[in-house]
Design a protein around this ligand. Structure first.
Ligand SMILES: *Cc1c(COP(=O)(O)O)cnc(C)c1O
Length: 397
């Protein structure tokens, strides 16, 4: 039997091992071939004019891209999936699918910063007005809706600051009024949160992160249901967006180990986060999987897991000591993106760009990605970097 992972009664780890595969189509080879091609030939005139083939043209899909699309559709429980060349293009194509001139968009203030640029520049130029809203607004979103509000965009937890959103409260308001909802679900992936089950029309993943999992790929996925799916498919087609078969194959390869990797990211990140909450140099840890986190109750109600990305607020230190912390890390790389096998750390300050909410914190902020390394080694690295930071701060005092 093909597509054996399609049975959604099976556990996620079982499903991702099989989804999208159809070995008998490819002489028994487990994975579909990496098909390079633009032209698809038809055997007869009649086949050509009646479009009888499974594929029509390279840009519109081939066995390699189709395998990944089918897998994501099954995992998300949507009506269909399109692939895009990056996570950001998935966000912009999804937005362009549902809004146009004269429309109003509600965008969560804690959205991934480049998505904000799409609203403030591209969408603005096209005549779409954006209002940013507080991630904690819940059903209060109703007060921001105007007659021309066409879509509400969510991201949970919030980018960098990890606030949880009450997704079902927001989708209930949207559904009543025929407003589209979209979510950037990159942090949880469909393994730990299923947007369509909570009433979200469009579920976006930066496949660059956990799906790829190895810091060697940029990819985006858009899964959608109902009318939203029809519009996403059409817009993606009209824009001529397509993904290389090599990148689709890397996405499919990443999918096979997604469940085991996420399990490890989850347990290691929680262990490191708990250790950090007890550190004398740390003021707070922002991680919805921690019982002490303000978003924990919602996370526990709606999500089935937490991944490896979270933040912390240090107790106040001079900038030179903050820099010493980063420069002293040995296992953690400093760089953007995350979701790969390795630990990463970046400084951030949400006050630079948020407009609907105030970002007032008691000390400098750090975002960590906990990779697949041994947690004891990760903790030892953080410990020595925090000690060096403290020594530098004491020397400056
Ligand atoms: C990284 C990221 C993106 C963008 O993915 P790219 O492949 O870098 O374009 C979008 N949303 C979130 C939440 C991300 O973390």
């Amino acid at each position: 039997m093909s597509h054996s992972g399609d049975d959604d009664a099976l556990a996620p780890a079982t499903r991702v091992a099989h989804l999208g595969l159809d070995p008998q189509r490819f002489d028994g080879f487990v994975n579909p071939p990496v098909v390079r091609g633009s032209t698809v030939l038809s055997p007869t005139y009649k086949d050509l004019v009646n479009h009888t083939g499974r594929y029509s043209y390279g840009r519109r899909g081939n066995p390699t891209t189709e395998a990944l699309q089918n897998a994501i559709t099954a995992l998300e429980g949507g009506d269909g999936t399109v692939l895009t060349p990056s996570g950001l293009s998935a966000c912009s194509v999804a937005l362009l699918s549902v809004v146009g001139a004269g429309d109003h968009l509600l965008m969560v203030d804690t959205v991934y910063r480049p998505t904000r640029n799409v609203c403030d520049k591209l969408l603005k130029r096209m005549g779409v007005e954006t209002t940013y809203y507080d991630p904690l607004i819940g059903a209060g979103i109703a007060d921001l809706i105007r007659p021309n509000t066409r879509a509400i965009f969510l991201e949970a937890p919030g980018s960098q600051s990890f606030e949880m959103q009450d997704v079902p409260a927001i989708t209930a308001v949207a559904r009543e009024r025929g407003i589209f909802t979209l979510i950037d679900n990159t942090w949880a992936t469909p393994l730990f949160f299923k947007p369509h089950s909570f009433g979200v029309d469009i579920s976006i993943q930066a496949g660059t992160k956990y799906l790829g999992g190895h810091a060697d790929l940029n990819l985006g996925t858009i899964s959608a249901v109902g009318k939203a799916w029809t519009q996403v498919l059409a817009t993606h087609g009209d824009m001529g967006i397509c993904v290389s078969p090599d990148d689709a194959a890397l996405g499919s390869r990443g999918l096979r180990t997604l469940a085991v990797r996420l399990e490890r990211h989850q347990t290691s990140a929680l262990e490191v986060a708990r250790w950090l909450t007890a550190s004398p140099y740390v003021s707070r840890v922002l991680h919805p999987g921690l019982e002490s986190d303000p978003g924990h109750a919602i996370w526990k109600r709606d999500f089935t897991g937490a991944t490896g990305l979270f933040s912390l607020i240090l107790k106040p230190v001079p900038e030179a000591a903050y820099a010493t912390f980063f420069d002293s890390l040995k296992l953690f790389g400093m760089g953007y993106s995350w979701g790969g096998f390795e630990c990463l750390a970046i400084p951030f300050d949400c006050a630079e760009y948020r407009t609907a909410t105030e970002w007032k914190v008691e000390g400098p902020a750090v975002r960590l990605h906990i990779g697949l390394e041994e947690p004891a080694d990760v903790i030892a690295d953080l410990s020595q970097a925090l000690e060096k930071m403290a020594a530098r701060a004491a020397a400056a005092a």
